[in-house]
Design a protein around this ligand. Sequence first.
Ligand SMILES: [Zn+2]
Ligand SMILES: [Zn+2]
Length: 221
Amino acid sequence: MELKSLRRYKNERDFRIYDEVIRLTDKPVIAVATHIHWDHIGGHRFFPDFYAHGAELNWLNGEFPLTMEQIKGMVVDRCDLPEGYDVSRYEFFQGNPTRVLKDNDVIDIGDRLVQIVHTPGHSPGHMCFWEKERGYLFTGDLVYKHTLFAFFPSTDPEAYLNSLKRVSALPVKHVFPAHHTLDIQPEILGRMRDAFRQLKAEDKLHHGTGTFDYGDWAVWL
Ligand SMILES: [Zn+2]
Ligand SMILES: [Zn+2]
């Protein structure tokens, strides 16, 4: 995660995303994460109004497939944590969403409509958010530069390919990923789709086949 700008903060209480969000608007706020992973829902407890995809409700109710110790290990290993962050205080959010989302649902936020595109692969209930009017695609962890994760037992490489086929068919003008750089162009969607297709053709699109590097991105299967 790109949290370098938050490094000045000394403890979790000082960098609640909620505090930043309410500074931006006086309108009601709904939190919608692309998926229920430790690095995306850390601030959910501050948003009583949050939505989630139906396929990951069990992950919000005691059935996440990793232990708390494994999750804390991931937080330490994979996140660029602010100085002084105390991982022992990390809690994996649990709760019931105020709305359960499914494919093609639309979230109307007033002058903008956001369509849910169910894109399983990275996780079973992963969603991309599609703003047709602007050509904005928020890709979460499905698409970003650097290494895509498709090796966890809860990932599904075949579903990943189908999700890439779907998002690469959209008339995307801007890709907004959840991790790494925002210097990413829509053409990467087609390149990722083609690479996954090729892996499938070579019978490598399944867990345990290794990491495949394509220059500005890679996939770990
Ligand atoms: Zn994730
Ligand atoms: Zn993530």
